[in-house]
Design a protein around this ligand. Structure first.
Ligand code: FAD
Length: 451
C-alpha cells in the first residue's frame, strides 16, 4: 500500500506518521528549502510559522480537550510538543526548533517514510493527501482550483514581531501571569504597562503609521479579485492596527487588556498592558502577544518602541502579513475529508478549512487514518460528534458555505447538553469534557482505530 502526502507541515507530518505506523509506504513531499512560502524561515518539517504556542493545555478548554484526545489517539506531533514544551502558564508553548527537530528525526528514521524535497505542481493520480497549508504554492493552487471547479478563496493573516529579551527594560516591564497575585517574579509573561496617556498616544500613532501596500507584499502571487480588508483576516489573527481602528478602547479591551495583571510598582492593574511571551528555549526571544501587524518595518520599530519598556527593543523579526489559502471544504470534501471530485484524494490541515496548530494536527491525524482505510478498502473513521476532534472535522465539512471560515476547536461546535439553560458555563464545559472522554473511550474500545 502506497500513499503520497504533499506538504511536510503540521498536518502532513502527522498524517505521514499515522499512515506509516499502519504499514503504508509513505512518500512525503516538502518543497522547502528549494521553494519557500514567504512565511516559513527554515527547512524544518512542521515549522511553526508564527506563535510558538499550540494553545491551551487546560482540560476544561476546547483546545486543551482537543490535545488530550490527540494524545489518546497517539499523535506524534503532540508527543513532540510535550517533549519540547516551555513554561507558558496553562498553554502548550514549545521551543520551535526542538519541536521540529524531533519530528524530522522521527519521520526520517521511520522505515516506511521517504521524504522528498520537491514542489508538487499537479494533482497525483494515485492515493494522496494534500496538506500544503495556507501558503500552498501557486502552481498547486491552480491545479486544485481546476480540480474542484471552485474559485480559490484567499484570505489574509498577519504575524507578530519578536524582540530580544535583553533589550526589554525590566525596570518598567514586569513578569506575571494573569491573576497570579503575589508570584510576580515567577510569571511566564513579560508585561509592559501603560497609563491612559501612554495608551492614547500609542493608539494614535499606531493608527497613523504607514502600512505595507498589499500588492507589494507577495509580488504577483495574489490573484485578482482579492482586497485586503478586515473581513479578510481570521478573527484570532487580526492586525493590531485593524483592532485599534474599531474604537479608542478596542485594544484595551482586546490584546492589551490589563485584567489580572498587577503592576508591582503601583499595586494596581495598569490602564493597558502589552504582553510578551517567551519564544525559544533559551528564553532570549519574546513575541508581542496579539500584535500581528502589517505596518512597514521602520514604522513597527518607531511605534512599538513607544510601548513602555520597549523604548530600546531590538527586533529579531518584524511582523508581516501573509496569504492564507483554503478550499470550500463543505462543498468540496466528503465528511471523511476526501475530494468529491476524486476518490482516494484527501485534503488536510488549514487548506481543508481547519484553523490553529492543534486543529491542523488533528486534521492530519484523521486524514492519515482515513487514507489508510481507503487503501484497505474499509469504511472511513468517523469519531463521535461529541468529541472535540469529531466535532471539528464534522463542522468543516458541514458548515454553511456562505459564511465559511477556517475554524478552530471550540465548545460551540459540540452538541448542546439539552438542559443547557439550567447549567452555568463552568458546569457546561465540565459536562462537554466528561462526555467527550467517555464517548472517545467507548469508540476506541469498539473500533479497530488503533490497529
Ligand atoms: C504566517 C502564518 C502565521 C500563523 N500563525 C498561527 C499561529 O500563531 N497560531 C496558530 O494556531 N496558527 C497559525 N497559523 C495557521 C496554521 O495553524 C498554520 O499555518 C499551520 O502551520 C497550518 O498547518 P498545515 O499543516 O495545514 O500547513 P503548513 O504547516 O504550512 O504546512 C504546509 C507545508 O506544505 C509545503 N508546501 C506548500 N506547497 C507545496 C507544494 N506544492 N509542494 C510541496 N510542498 C508544499 C509548505 O512548504 C509547508 O511546509 C498561521 C499561518 C500562517 C501562514
Amino acid at each position: 500500500m502506497k500513499l503520497t502526502i504533499i506538504g511536510g507541515g503540521l498536518a502532513g507530518c502527522e498524517a505521514a506518521w499515522q499512515a506509516a505506523e499502519r504499514g503504508v509506504d509513505v512518500a512525503l513531499y516538502e518543497m522547502r528549502p528549494y521553494k519557500t512560502t514567504g512565511a516559513h524561515r527554515t527547512e524544518n518539517l512542521a515549522e511553526l510559522v508564527c506563535s510558538n504556542s499550540l494553545g491551551s493545555n487546560l482540560p476544561n478548554r476546547a483546545s486543551g480537550l482537543l490535545k488530550e484526545e490527540l494524545r489518546r489517539m497517539g499523535s506524534l506531533l503532540i508527543k513532540c510538543a510535550d517533549a519540547s514544551s516551555l513554561p507558558a502558564g496553562g498553554a502548550l508553548a514549545v521551543d520551535r526548533d526542538q519541536f521540529s527537530g524531533l519530528i524530522k528525526s522521527t519521520l526520517e528514521a521511520h522505515p516506511k517514510i521517504r521524504i522528498i524535497r520537491e514542489e508538487v505542481t499537479t494533482i497525483p493520480d494515485d492515493p494522496a493527501i494534500i496538506a500544503t497549508g495556507p501558503l500552498t504554492s501557486p502552481a498547486l493552487s491552480r491545479a486544485l482550483a481546476k480540480l474542484t471547479g471552485e474559485d480559490q478563496m484567499y484570505f489574509f493573516d498577519a504575524i507578530a514581531p519578536i524582540v530580544r529579551a535583553d533589550s526589554i527594560d525590566m525596570s518598567i516591564a514586569f513578569r506575571a501571569n494573569r491573576y497570579d497575585k503575589g508570584e510576580m517574579e515567577e510569571g511566564d509573561y513579560i508585561n509592559c504597562p501603560m497609563n491612559a496617556g501612554e495608551y492614547m498616544r500609542f493608539q494614535k500613532e499606531l493608527l497613523a503609521a504607514e502600512r505595507i501596500v498589499l500588492r507589494d507584499f507577495e509580488a504577483g502571487e495574489i490573484e485578482k479579485g482579492v482586497k485586503a480588508g478586515s473581513d479578510h483576516f481570521f478573527q484570532g489573527c487580526q492586525p493590531v492596527e485593524i483592532i485599534a481602528s474599531r474604537g479608542e478602547r478596542s485594544l484595551a479591551f482586546g490584546p492589551m487588556r490589563p485584567v489580572g495583571l498587577t503592576d508591582p510598582r503601583t499595586g494596581r492593574w495598569p490602564f493597558a498592558v502589552v504582553q510578551l511571551r517567551q519564544d525559544n528555549l533559551a528564553g532570549d526571544l519574546y513575541n508581542l502577544v496579539g500584535f500581528q501587524t502589517n505596518l512597514t518595518f521602520p514604522e513597527q520599530k518607531r511605534v512599538f518602541r513607544l510601548i513602555p519598556g520597549l523604548e530600546n527593543a531590538q527586533f529579531e523579526r518584524y511582523g508581516q502579513m501573509h496569504r492564507n489559502t483554503f478550499i470550500a471544504a463543505p462543498k468540496v470534501l466528503t465528511p471523511n475529508g476526501e475530494f468529491r471530485q476524486k476518490t482516494g484524494l484527501f485534503a488536510a490541515g488549514q487548506l481543508a478549512g481547519v484553523e490553529g496548530y492543534a486543529g491542523n494536527i488533528a486534521s492530519g491525524l484523521l486524514s492519515g487514518l482515513n487514507a489508510v482505510q481507503y487503501l484497505r478498502d474499509e469504511a472511513p473513521i468517523t469519531l463521535p460528534l461529541t468529541t472535540m476532534t469529531g466535532a471539528l472535522m464534522h463542522y468543516i465539512t458541514h458548515a454553511d458555505l456562505k459564511d465559511f471560515q477556517p475554524t478552530k476547536a471550540m465548545f460551540g461546535l459540540l452538541p448542546k447538553p439539552g438542559d443547557e439553560m439550567r447549567r452555568g458555563k463552568r458546569e457546561r464545559f465540565e459536562f462537554y469534557v466528561e462526555r467527550a472522554r467517555h464517548d472517545l473511550e467507548a469508540y476506541l474500545a469498539t473500533s479497530e482505530f488503533m490497529s
